[in-house]
Design a protein around this ligand. Structure first.
Ligand code: G1P
Length: 259
């Protein structure tokens, strides 16, 4: 969540609403101040660690609301309706980090296109191998202008044979408030959940402008929502750490040499 918050702030988004749920108060605690910890770090002169826990330096405003039942991503977005009001807003899924140490300007490019084309939705997409499309929302692109394109249609987790492309929705969205009404009209879809992709599909069907922006090569999406890719991400980020990366590489090499 820390990485995602840093990415949002780096893209100029400083009013951040977390849609959480029961038993997730650790997220609020993480971004709160912790006077005892500060005092301890100060006493022990741990300046580097002190810097890492001073979230006021992020200059963001954090808000929290809870999704009462796990009714799907569409329903979770609906929890932000009063927060967004009549303004466009961005959505960042917490299980996706974009780029090593979250250095991505993708949302800035998306917001720019949203305004330039008077769009109602801009979504980030990444190319995935055809056998993996069934894990994602997939876009049906119309004409492409290289790193972005207009979207004709979208489908949530299609079987490979029915996928209109291998461009998978990559966990970042910009919406106009029109999406809220369409989510409310959306009946439960895949896995019995209210799917955001199904509401976005309604935008396409009603002739609204939906655009997709490709992630740049340096904006690889790290999925931390399942153990195998979480482990992979952790190791890759640790290896790239300017302070601890080199020593961690040695540890890893030693471990790998063990029978
Ligand atoms: C969600 C979206 C899907 C998107 C994916 C990206 O699926 O429904 O369209 O491609 O996030 O992470 P989930 O991963 O929650 O099953």
């Amino acid at each position: 969540m820390q990485y995602v918050a840093e990415e949002l702030v780096a893209n100029g988004l400083t009013d951040i609403l977390f849609v959480t749920g029961r038993n997730k108060s650790s997220i609020e605690n993480h971004f709160d101040s912790d006077p005892e910890l500060y005092r301890l770090l100060q006493t022990n002169n741990k300046k580097d660690l002190l810097q890492e826990v001073q979230f006021e330096d992020l200059k963001a405003h954090f808000f929290y609301t809870r999704q009462r039942e796990q009714k799907g991503l569409g329903d979770a977005i609906l929890c932000g309706e009063n927060f967004a009001g009549d303004q466009p807003f961005a959505v960042a899924l917490g299980d996706s980090i974009l780029g090593i140490h979250a250095r991505s300007q993708c949302l800035s490019r998306m917001m720019h296109l949203f305004e330039a084309h008077n769009a109602d939705c801009v979504v980030a997409v990444e190319e995935v191998p055809p056998e993996e499309v069934s894990h994602y929302g997939v876009v049906h692109p119309a004409e492409s202008a290289g790193d972005w394109m207009f979207v004709k249609d979208l489908i949530e987790k299609p079987p490979a044979a029915l996928a209109p492309s291998n461009l998978a929705i990559a966990g970042r969205y910009v919406f106009s408030p029109l999406i809220f009404g369409l989510i409310r009209e959306t009946t439960p879809g895949k896995h019995g959940e209210i799917q955001l992709t199904d509401a976005m599909r309604k935008l396409c069907q009603s002739g609204k402008r939906v655009l997709a922006v490709k992630l740049a090569a340096a904006e690889k999406r790290y999925d931390i929502g399942n153990f195998p890719s979480y482990f992979e991400t952790f190791v890759e980020f640790a290896l790239a750490d300017p302070l601890h990366g080199a020593a961690f590489r040695d540890v890893l090499l030693k471990l790998l040499k063990q029978p």
